[in-house]
Design a protein around this ligand. Structure first.
Ligand SMILES: Nc1ncnc2c1ncn2[C@@H]1O[C@H](COP(=O)(O)OP(=O)(O)OP(=O)(O)O)[C@@H](O)[C@H]1O
Length: 345
């Protein structure tokens, strides 16, 4: 459905400075899939989408979208796709149904067909109560649904969504995702979207492409990225006043990275204890046996925790930076939830 080879976009800023917004993007996306481009602000997500939707010419490289070359046949690409950008595309003063019908006329649908299509989209996107309202009176989540309805008027096989849920509250985000998934089921569309939200990429995308500084740095299912690049972490607290070789031996036997077992002394209210932190495969299966082995060897386990990784741990492992904290800084959210890296203090 999408195939790119070495797709690159360089911008020249005022003063002559060059910015490589997208560097050497090579990928193939299958029909019917739901793929998320995940990355921090300025990573190159929107620029990638804008090239694939023919809004921006690449500096080098090539791509075909729905079988059409983006440089040689941009018109054919545009006729096959829907694109919902970051900004609201609806006219502020038009009534929703009129807007959808005139969009249908723009795409050459006949009089009856454009009305039928408008009504179908109003039903699927649950916009019935809003049809008589002008878009300027709608909430952020409602407007985003209108944007999506407008993008779907030409019944595209492939839909690009640039940050569909940014700026929405959690309830509106969840609601919007219900609609996106319903649309996908109803039309069997291929979806490629960008997001900052780790949880969305994790829950809804079958394939996650992590981009940073214009480069694709990881590309797989969320489950495999987490297993391969982060791993489950077991954190144990045992009575003691120094790391115990016996404990370390047992812990290393189950570790996916035996040379990387962390330990630190921690002050407990009733004396000292040692905290061990270890990355394992399938932590849920390893933990009972590990606890049994420690008990059989006479060790006193005071606490045990299993941390399953998030995509933020994947990003941290790849770049040494936390995507969650970068997003919190960028959006001004002062309370990012902590990444579950389980590092030892
Ligand atoms: N028209 C432009 N002129 C100059 N630089 C640009 C232009 N458009 C994008 N850039 C730069 O290219 C880089 C990638 O930008 P892009 O918008 O693709 O990132 P993004 O991952 O979509 O970010 P965000 O999540 O903030 O939307 C950034 O450094 C950006 O400043």
């Amino acid at each position: 459905m999408i195939s790119t080879r070495g797709l690159t976009k360089t911008f020249r800023r005022k003063g002559g400075e060059e910015v490589v917004a997208v560097s050497d993007l090579t990928m193939d996306i299958d029909a019917g899939s739901l793929t998320a481009f995940l990355g921090p602000n300025g990573a190159g997500k929107s620029t990638s989408l804008r090239m694939l939707t023919t809004l921006l010419p690449p500096t080098s490289g090539e791509a075909t979208v729905c079988g059409h070359d983006i440089a040689r046949a941009p018109g054919a690409v545009r006729r096959s796709i829907g694109y919902i950008g970051q900004k609201n595309g609806a006219g502020q003063y038009y009534r929703l149904r009129d807007e959808l019908v005139s969009q249908g006329a723009f795409y050459g649908l006949g009089r009856v067909e454009r009305r039928r299509r408008a009504d179908e989209l109003i039903e699927i996107l649950d916009l019935g109560e809003l049809t008589g309202r002008t878009t300027m009176t709608l909430s952020g989540g409602q407007r985003r649904r209108v944007d999506i309805a407008l993008g779907l008027v030409p019944a595209p096989q492939l839909l690009f969504l640039d940050e569909p849920s940014t700026g929405l509250d959690p309830q509106s985000r969840a609601h919007l995702w219900d609609h996106i998934l319903t649309l996908r089921e109803r039309y069997g569309m291929t979806l490629l979207l960008t997001t900052h939200y780790l949880d969305e990429a994790d829950r809804f995308a079958e394939r996650v492409m992590v981009v940073d500084n214009g480069r694709l740095i990881a590309d797989d299912t969320a489950a495999r990225l987490k297993a391969d690049l982060a791993g489950d972490r077991v954190v144990l607290v045992l009575t003691g006043d120094s790391p115990d070789d016996g404990v370390l031996g047992i812990v290393r036997r189950v570790s996916a990275r035996p040379d990387d077992v962390e330990h630190a002394l921690v002050a407990e209210t009733d004396g000292t204890a040692v905290r061990y932190s270890v990355v394992v495969d399938h932590g849920d299966r390893v933990l009972p046996g590990l606890l049994a082995a420690l008990a059989a060897d006479g060790h006193d386990v005071r606490a045990a925790e299993l941390h399953q990784p998030t995509l933020d741990d994947v990003f941290l492992g790849l770049t040494g930076r936390s995507l969650r904290e970068e997003q919190a800084t960028a959006t001004g959210d002062p309370t990012p939830s902590p990444a579950l890296t389980g590092g030892v203090a």
